[in-house]
Design a binder for this molecule. Structure first.
Ligand SMILES: [Zn+2]
Length: 446
């Protein structure tokens, strides 16, 4: 007679959580569950009583916390955190032309991008983001800071017709960007897509070149599109077509196209997005602050268009707190449709995780808590007095939590934050460097 023995699984980490939100199935909350992590991936999910079946190198007991996938911030310009509060209460065009572009011309350097990006990453990690997309100059530096901080990053390398401190011409932006793609293609934390700024800052022949390269190399792209009604009117006046029609005509609209903003949409635009499978990235707070318009996300979701959420840069938001952005998205969707049932708390959380992962083409690896996916996870403390009483965990996360209750994070299994301490960023050193920029940056001498 053979002897029966219990099988013991050896894993790297186990997280025992008061609640677990896997995102799929929708609205599901698992009380008292645990996640096991092996080689950076989620290797098991089980009721915490079963933890005795595992031998783990480390165990995190978080009985007052909810464990969920890390948030995905689909659009931003990280280094612009150094410009936070430098110019507020202006419309997009004068804000860009009179302040932002002249400031960038005067001050942008590799050092500016290094310090500003680290500041942005610290803020994003502290408020629950584990993946962000960035469109800014010196993207190689952005990638280096992201790797050092342990955060996942999509680099949307910028392409413009006009020169910057990083590149002189569209051709140079493209060649430098593609070199960055080659340099980082074996680094799991970094993915790279084209980042044509917009249809109004690029000539049609340059957009056409991007289209050819994107299909040859099978690379996605992220672009500001229909940010304001004026942008659409200018497109009609100059090209006789709406900017989205220009992209479609040039073969630039497909499942790997990430269209940021989309505040001015008619029924034909929505049908085109739905038919081509293009992604929409909604930045509600930046759109409200610059009075750009409102992206009709309820209509988009009903038409089957995937939507991710982004903060945009801190110069037009002015924070990078994605939980706050999700709350704004729900409130704006409700008032825009005059329907209080529009975008519920659980639906908003899905957009901030799985919706964002899909928008960036990463949903095979992140966006849900499922066995086999990368362990990009956050824990949110529900024990604080301002979280009481807990009738509905989704409601607490979206309508109450402002990001400051996120206490732990892991990215591909590596712990990045513990009890709100960032394990890979020296905040005192960072604060000193930011203070230098605070003293240096000025809009008085532009
Ligand atoms: Zn932007």
């Amino acid at each position: 007679m053979s002897k029966v023995t219990n099988k013991i699984d050896r894993v790297d980490s186990i997280i025992n959580a008061g609640w677990l939100i896997p995102i799929l199935p929708h609205k599901k909350i698992l009380a008292g569950h645990s996640v096991a992590i092996t080689d950076g991936k989620i290797s098991n999910i089980f009721p915490k009583e079963k933890a005795i079946d595992f031998v783990s190198k480390e165990v995190f007991d978080l009985p007052n916390h909810v464990l969920l996938p890390g948030l995905v911030n689909c659009h931003g310009h990280a280094a612009m955190s150094l410009l936070r509060g430098l110019a507020d209460d202006m419309a997009l065009k004068p804000w860009l032309q009179n302040i932002i572009w002249p400031v960038e011309k005067k001050y942008i350097s590799e050092e500016f991008v290094r310090d500003g990006t680290e500041l942005a990453i610290a803020e994003m990690l502290l408020s629950g983001t584990t993946t962000f997309s960035d469109m800014y100059f010196f993207p190689e530096t952005v990638a280096e800071v992201a790797i050092a901080s342990g955060i996942r990053c999509q680099i949307s390398f910028p392409i413009l017709d006009f020169p910057s401190n990083w590149a002189e011409s569209a051709k140079e932006y493209l060649s430098k960007g593609l070199a960055i793609r080659d340099k980082f293609k074996h680094i799991n934390l970094i993915s790279t897509v084209f980042g044509p700024h917009s249809t109004y800052t690029l000539k049609e022949n340059n957009l056409s070149t991007i289209s050819t390269l994107a299909s040859e190399l099978d690379i996605g792209l992220q672009i500001h599109l229909h940010e304001t009604n004026q942008e659409v009117l200018d497109g009609l006046a100059e090209r006789g077509e709406r900017p989205i029609e220009t992209l479609f005509k040039l073969g630039l609209l497909g499942p790997k196209t990430q269209c940021v903003h989309m505040t001015d949409l008619n029924d034909e635009d929505i049908e085109l997005l739905s038919r081509t499978g293009a992604q929409v990235i909604h930045c509600p707070e930046s759109n409200m602050k610059l009075a750009s318009g409102i992206c009709p996300i309820s209509k988009l979701l009903n038409a089957g268009v995937n939507v991710g959420i982004g903060t945009d840069g801190a110069a037009s938001n002015n924070d990078l707190n994605l939980f706050g952005e999700l709350k704004s998205a729900t409130l704006l969707a409700k008032i825009n449709s005059m329907d209080a049932t529009a975008l519920t708390a659980s639906e908003a959380l899905t957009l901030g995780t799985l919706g964002g992962a899909k928008a960036l083409g990463m949903n095979k690896n992140i966006g849900t808590i499922e066995v086999g996916k990368l362990a990009d996870l956050i824990a949110v403390d529900l024990h604080q007095i301002d979280m009481q009483p807990i009738h509905n965990v989704f409601s607490q996360l979206i309508y109450v939590n402002n990001g400051s209750h996120v206490t732990h994070s892991w990215i591909q299994g590596e712990q990045i934050m513990h009890q709100r301490e960032l394990l890979k960023i020296d905040q005192d050193n960072l604060r000193r460097r930011i203070l230098k920029w605070q003293k240096k940056l000025s809009i008085n001498e532009l």
